[in-house]
Design a protein around this ligand. Sequence first.
Ligand SMILES: NC(=O)c1ccc[n+]([C@@H]2O[C@H](COP(=O)([O-])OP(=O)(O)OC[C@H]3O[C@@H](n4cnc5c(N)ncnc54)[C@H](O)[C@@H]3O)[C@@H](O)[C@H]2O)c1
Length: 326
Amino acid sequence: MTNPEVTQSAQARKIAVVGSGYMGGGIAQVLALGGARVALADVSAEVAQKNFDRLLVESDQFIADGLFPEGSTEILKQNLWAAKDIEEAVADADFIEECVPEVLEIKHQSLARISAAARTDAVIGSNTSTISIAALAEAVTHPERFLGVHFSNPSPFIPGVEIIPHAETSAATVAASRELVHAAGKQSAVVKDVTGFVLNRLQYALFHEAAQLVEQGIATADDVDTLVRTTFGFRLPFFGPFAIADMAGLDVYNFCYKSLQTGFPERFATPKILSDLVEAGKLGTKTGAGFLNVPAERTPELIAYRNKAYVAMQKLIEELGPAPIN
Ligand SMILES: NC(=O)c1ccc[n+]([C@@H]2O[C@H](COP(=O)([O-])OP(=O)(O)OC[C@H]3O[C@@H](n4cnc5c(N)ncnc54)[C@H](O)[C@@H]3O)[C@@H](O)[C@H]2O)c1
């Protein structure tokens, strides 16, 4: 999880994580193992200290399970500290991540305290899953230094972070936040401040359709999960929906949309960005242009990578055994 090449550059960073619970604790571990000095703040000094102790115990367990590198707990002891309150944690911080509960009033109160006590050039991120960043920004002074920095659960092990500027966030704030999460070994993508952002909008679109299939008696929850895991979901660690569409062929997608429209004319209306490409003869990797413009001469290399990835994935699943669900 830690990227040793960039640890050096992160070493000078001072970070505060406000709300040291489940997500805040994991994010603090990630950033501290990335080399930053990280303060934990919570409702009281006692709670922050208790969470600090928990994170060290958890780190020992992660090392024992082979999930954290040897020496991680020592790094956390050096780089993490429990502050007595929000004000002490953020006073000298370059970056502050707000991880308090998903309740607008609590977030507003915490962000107002953070804003008042932090340096005016400190970047402030929120880990909110669903609340509009613009609505949260109302409590932040100098709102150009504020944005969503949305880690996923479990934050020590999920590599992606969704970065959500609101209309007034400065480009420098976005760049600093991305650099910070990359320094801790994560990947990031920048999306607009709309309801659900991108991650949850996609996740819930899939869940919504899955729930309807079960409600309508078309498949059981178990069978839906099996199909997702073993068919199109099997590709997702390597390729997103646009790369998959390009590889399948955009003309094929176009035909499939027409079939789907016989049952669900509105829900599966052909997206304009798809029909525009098909009309322009850009059919994905087979024509060298589609959503992602992979040159046609790279197709054999891409197919070789794809096949290797899927075989490696199957081996990994066999090695781990099935998830202990049933
Ligand atoms: N749990 C998830 O799967 C998940 C995933 C992504 C994002 N998030 C988001 O992360 C945020 C935190 O969620 P969580 O699951 O870690 O919650 P949590 O309840 O585990 O942690 C919240 C922490 O904030 C502290 N807190 C409460 N009021 C506070 C205040 N006024 N000042 C300082 N600290 C305060 C609590 O004592 C607790 O330690 C939420 O916005 C949530 O939507 C959660």
